[in-house]
Design a protein around this ligand. Structure first.
Ligand code: ASP
Length: 587
């Protein structure tokens, strides 16, 4: 037996026991006549001590140990004279009687501590060393706890886990597919699943009733923001359900996972319509841990000659504002920074009007020339402005104003620390539209995916005004992040065909891409619906990470490369020949 105890479990109550531990040397502190070693494993750290007087050979061996040596020690648990309350095992140490070096180690390229001196690239290259750091190790432990809690809950509700294949035909989830060339049929390709969407629907046709799977999904997207080419979903599907059934089940699961993972009891989730989310928060995944709603002013602005607002209203644009509570004392520079923020190209506003409700009771605005104090106060009233508040107003195309003010409220929350650490906001967003118009091409696209059922009340607009049709689609939002999306599906062949047609698929395309699915719908498809959670993002939120990279064992770097394995990589030309592939452009 390599060990009788782990490095995280010994307490004062174990004093006088003789134990054997195995692990990695964190640090050796040579005090001249006395040596202390911190020994680490997955479970924690334990201090070892050796005394030159009691065994000189052992003492010399201990002196030779380097960082990250793998050792095994046997010794007696003794009470420490100077205890360390920061360490779980800080009341005791092991007085070493026997030491075996199981493996030597070269000095690692960075220190294995939470505050490491290694840059991100270096740590990704040596990810196996990075995972030895307590924080990353804890993340993986939390991830496992969460997934165990998900399985526990779903098992208790009669779900069964079914695996679906990775080599399939393209499933449209709105991203580019990763392709795998076929050796046996040169020129043909498998696609890696963007999600098991169609397969789980077919499992419902197959009568499986309640399915889930912890599953890898693959999307070949550009590395905008926080994306990984492969990520993990908790994918679920249920038969004979409506939206309420899905909500009840998965709200219950999220509450269970929280309780099991961090002990937090979440309150019941509110529901926000997509339309209200966008109107009041400028986003379909608003962070509701703080207030700061967008207020539309088109109908309540006092009369004035101010051309910017007047022209915007005349052009059918939107004048709207937010109340930056307590920010009236912002300097010129700070206001300029906020203006630059909304002017950034992806937001595209041309500026912000401000009104300051100063602490001394005066009201000052960048449009003093056009509005008297009474009128400014009237605007302030619509936003609940009090002394100390700063009102920021934008007037442009509605979509730009909403996006910019939505982003601005998040930016202000960051600057002003409006979000209390440890607070949670989890809720449903409902009533998404079924289709949207691509602003550049004018094409009708799906909002979620093409299998979402239209809202029965809106089917009447399907041909006359398709953008008005709501879908039975929902998201779950957690602290401003979308962590689930799902829908009630179309289970009727004709309706599915109509949606494909509306999306501009030719009949030939439909037959080629989805023929097998439509065919399955001939043989008794039950009403069904489901959802998928983004596990990596949920873990990131539970563990205080900043990107989903922080919640995976072996993520890709931001350019899509695996820095540890050095992938993607060139392959043997023989392999390409077998696949019938010639590489044309190699840079
Ligand atoms: N397949 C969907 C997705 O990956 C989730 C769902 O609708 O169940 O977003």
């Amino acid at each position: 037996m390599y060990r009788t105890k782990t490095c995280g479990e010994l307490r004062l109550s174990n004093a006088n026991e003789t134990v054997t531990l195995a692990g990695w040397v964190q640090i050796v502190r040579d005090m001249g006549h006395l040596i202390f070693i911190d020994l680490r494993d997955r479970y924690g750290m334990t201090q070892l001590s050796l005394n030159a007087d009691s065994d000189a050979a052992l003492y010399n061996m201990a002196r030779s140990l380097g960082r990250e040596y793998v050792i095994q020690v046997t010794g007696k648990v003794i009470e420490r004279t100077s205890k360390n309350s920061e360490m779980a095992t800080g009341d005791i140490e092991i007085f070493v009687e026997n030491l075996t070096i199981l493996n030597e180690a070269e000095t690692p390229p960075f220190t294995i501590e939470n505050k490491s001196d290694g840059g991100e690239e270096l740590r990704m290259k040596y990810r196996y060393l990075d995972i030895r750091r307590p924080h990353l190790k804890d993340v993986l432990v939390t991830r496992a706890t969460m997934i165990r809690a998900m399985r526990e809950y779903l098992d208790s509700k009669n779900f069964i886990e079914v695996e679906t294949p990775n080599l399939i035909k393209s499933t449209p989830e709105g991203a580019r597919d990763f392709l795998v060339p076929s050796r046996m049929q040169n020129g043909s390709f498998y696609a890696l699943p963007q999600s098991p969407q169609i397969l789980k629907q077919l499992l419902m046709v197959a009568g499986m009733d309640r399915y889930y799977q912890v599953v890898k999904c693959y999307r070949d997207e550009d590395f905008r923001g926080d994306r990984q080419p492969e990520f993990t979903q908790l994918d679920c599907e249920m038969s004979f359900v409506n939206q309420e059934d899905v909500f009840e089940n998965f709200e219950g699961m999220v509450k269970h996972v929280f309780k099991k993972t961090n002990g937090v009891e979440l309150p019941d989730f509110i529901r926000l319509t997509f339309a209200d989310a966008v109107k009041y928060y400028g986003s379909d995944k608003p962070d509701l841990r703080f207030d700061c709603k967008i207020v539309e002013l088109n109908d309540s602005l006092p009369k004035s000659e101010f051309p910017v607002f007047n022209n915007a209203i005349a052009a059918g644009n939107l004048v709207a504002a937010i109340n930056a509570k307590g920010c009236a004392a912002y300097s010129r520079k700070q206001l300029d920074e906020l203006t630059e923020f909304v002017k950034a190209s992806h937001r595209g506003l041309s500026g912000l009007v401000n009104i300051k409700f100063n602490e001394d009771g005066t009201v000052k605005s960048s449009v003093d020339k056009f509005y008297n104090e009474e009128q400014l106060k009237e605007i302030g009233k619509a936003l609940g402005a009090e002394k100390g508040d700063l009102i920021l107003i934008a007037a442009e195309k509605a979509s730009k104003v909403r996006k910019s003010l939505g982003d601005l409220r998040l930016e202000l929350a960051k600057r002003e620390s409006w979000i209390k650490p440890g607070t949670w906001s989890v809720f449903w967003v409902v009533d998404f539209p079924l289709f949207e118009k691509d602003e550049e091409t004018g094409e009708t696209n799906f909002v979620h995916h093409p299998f979402c059922s239209p809202h029965p009340d809106d089917l009447q607009y399907f041909d006359s005004d398709p953008l008005r049709v709501r879908a039975q689609t929902y998201d779950m939002v957690m602290n401003g992040n979308e962590i689930l999306s799902g829908s009630i599906r179309i289970h009727q062949r004709e309706l599915q065909n109509r949606v494909f047609n509306k999306l501009g698929f030719s009949q030939e395309d439909i037959d080629h891409k989805f023929g097998f699915m439509l065919n399955a719908f001939r043989y008794g498809a039950p009403p069904h619906g489901g959802c998928a959670f983004g596990i990596d993002r949920w873990v990131m939120l539970m563990t205080g990470g900043e990107t989903i990279r922080d919640s995976m064992a072996f993520p890709k770097a931001s350019n899509g490369r695996d820095l540890m394995m050095d992938a993607p990589a060139l392959v043997d030309p023989k392999q390409l020949t077998e696949l019938g592939i010639a590489v044309v452009n190699k840079d």
